[in-house]
Ligand binder design. Structure first.
Ligand code: ZN
Length: 184
């Protein structure tokens, strides 16, 4: 009898987790759709040009870190969408675009606000991938970063007191501060 109750509880727990995952996926899909709609706007808009200029003048030092911002990338849609994108949000990490922003290899790593949600394939694309030029990598990263700014803005206002919102605001503030300092 005890075993049966345990089995029943385990089943119920599994169903509850499944339901949670479905809801999370629906949220991700809605978010991805919203971001896609904004892509054209971003491509045409000021953000793209500003990001492009900042890519060229990547921050030198000091490296600013934020664990919560890196955690925030987990399970999010890939915003880099490079030619080798695997579109699997389960592999998403905060990509530092090491092959794009001058950073790694020059004795320093770029700051965490300088990241874009990217799947494992796109992370590789913007880093060590050999079959794309620096310009192609910069293009992918730049477009992704424009979307990232929009995504952070959305998160920052959705649940203002959450850990995610705080991390998003931190990134936006660093980014705005950087823009002011580089006179973009
Ligand atoms: Zn991708």
């Amino acid at each position: 009898m005890k075993v049966n109750i345990e089995k029943f509880n385990a089943k119920r727990e599994a169903a509850r987790i499944r339901e949670k995952m479905v809801r999370a996926n629906e949220r991700n899909a809605r978010q991805a759709l919203l971001l896609t709609r904004r892509l054209d706007e971003a491509r045409r808009g000021v953000i793209s040009r500003a990001v492009d200029q900042v890519v060229r003048a990547a921050p030198k030092s000091p490296r600013l870190q934020n664990r919560a911002l890196l955690d925030l990338a987990r399970g999010k849609p890939c915003l880099l969408a490079s030619p080798i994108c695997n579109r699997d949000s389960m592999t998403t990490v905060a990509c530092h675009g090491a092959g794009v922003a001058r950073g790694k290899g020059l004795g320093y790593k770029v700051s965490d606000f300088w990241t874009v949600w990217g799947c494992s394939s796109c992370n590789h694309y913007t880093d060590a991938y050999k079959h794309a030029t620096a310009e192609q990598k910069a293009d992918v990263f730049t477009r992704g970063y424009a979307l990232q700014i929009l995504a952070w803005r959305q998160i920052a206002t959705e649940k203002p007191t959450s850990r995610d919102a705080k991390a998003a605001r931190w990134a936006l503030e660093r980014w705005e501060e950087h823009q002011r300092n580089s006179h973009v």
